[in-house]
Ligand binder design. Sequence first.
Ligand SMILES: Cc1cc2nc3c(=O)[nH]c(=O)nc-3n(C[C@H](O)[C@H](O)[C@H](O)COP(=O)(O)OP(=O)(O)OC[C@H]3O[C@@H](n4cnc5c(N)ncnc54)[C@H](O)[C@@H]3O)c2cc1C
Length: 399
Amino acid sequence: MTAPSVAIIGGGLSGLASALFVRDDRRFGEVAIFEGTSAVGGVIRSHVEDGFLFEEGAESMSRVRPAAVALCNRLGVPLMPARISPSATQVVIDGKLVALPSGLEIMAASSYWPLVASPLLKWADRWDEAQGEAAADPVPSDVTARLSQLFAAPVGGMGAVVDALQEELTDVSIRTDAPVSLLRPEDGKWLVGAAGIVPSHYDAVIVALPVPAAAVLSAQVDPGLAAELGEVRSHSVVSVNVAWRREDVPEHLHECPGFLVPEREGKLISYCAFSSSAWRGRSDSAHITLRVLARGDGSLLALPDEELFGAIWAELQDLLGITAEPRLRHLVRHPWALPDFDIQHAPRLGRIEDRLVRLRGLALGGSLWRGPGMSNVIESATRAVRKITGDLEPWPDPV
Ligand SMILES: Cc1cc2nc3c(=O)[nH]c(=O)nc-3n(C[C@H](O)[C@H](O)[C@H](O)COP(=O)(O)OP(=O)(O)OC[C@H]3O[C@@H](n4cnc5c(N)ncnc54)[C@H](O)[C@@H]3O)c2cc1C
């Protein structure tokens, strides 16, 4: 009997991690990744320009949820701790930057991500709740030391994680420019077809796509599943990296960690971190760099680059008071990259699981289960591999 074959749809972090974990389970045979664009990595990309390293997607990983750090350790990707700035993280309230109150300094620049990705981003509406959470987390006296242990980034940028995964997956067929448009059960297997590739049958399939893309593809498999996935709202993100000459930036910002913008402020910018403060080697000492995330929908993404940058730039100028033109800027769009979980998400996941039980050999990975975040999608990859492994176990003989 030939070893079961697996197709993985989507070559982002969750697809690549799924392939690694499938490979770890030696019972599987052929493993193929289908990636719709010309390169794997999904939203994780490092851009190097003129000596600067700009992260287009993820920039830090937390040790609180250690799956991403553990993956880097396994792959031999060297990590560095965050440099924690002594100045306070700030938050925008009524259009002005305000230092976070004592006890919330745990939200240093590199720790913004968990907030950006969580419903807590709306936390200014729930200030007491947020403070309660911070209080529940015992903050040792040496906050700085603790923070620098909590957050890490690959020395060579996040792209190094993607490169290392690709190097590890030499026996996996990685097909790029292969957007999958066909997925359906046929003859006890799964038929998978991508543009320009003759459809093939696989014993198992892991769909490692952003939720909106998973919803579209699953319509051919189970319209009820597609409807549940279609109920999950997502938003788009624009990531802008900017570098200034140090002398062009007011001195009080040189060690600034960054700031958060609650949704109710009605701004495009949701988050800003000074990468030159938080990470070694992202720029030279003559420059200050920062990365801004702006959240929006399709209409924001449709704006031409100049207009989009202009709108974000106006907000930055207003908040930071930097008037000098940047030396460099780098703008990237991530359409519908981040899901917004609502209160209905937990029961929805239960219904999705019930449907998947009936779809033997099919698993969903990505940010659906635990939300975005590198560790979350890696954990979802583990879960997806466990699902297909269980599905392919032979049923015990009736006694
Ligand atoms: C701007 C930004 C900043 C972030 N910062 C952090 C951070 O600091 N720390 C952190 O932990 N997390 C961060 N995240 C979240 C984290 O990076 C993501 O949750 C994670 O990388 C998502 O991986 P994924 O594989 O699930 O999805 P994706 O990276 O979206 O990958 C999905 C892949 O599927 C492909 N695809 C789509 N449709 C098809 C199709 N039909 N056929 C084949 N392929 C298809 C896409 O091209 C893509 O390559 C950030 C995310 C963004 C967008």
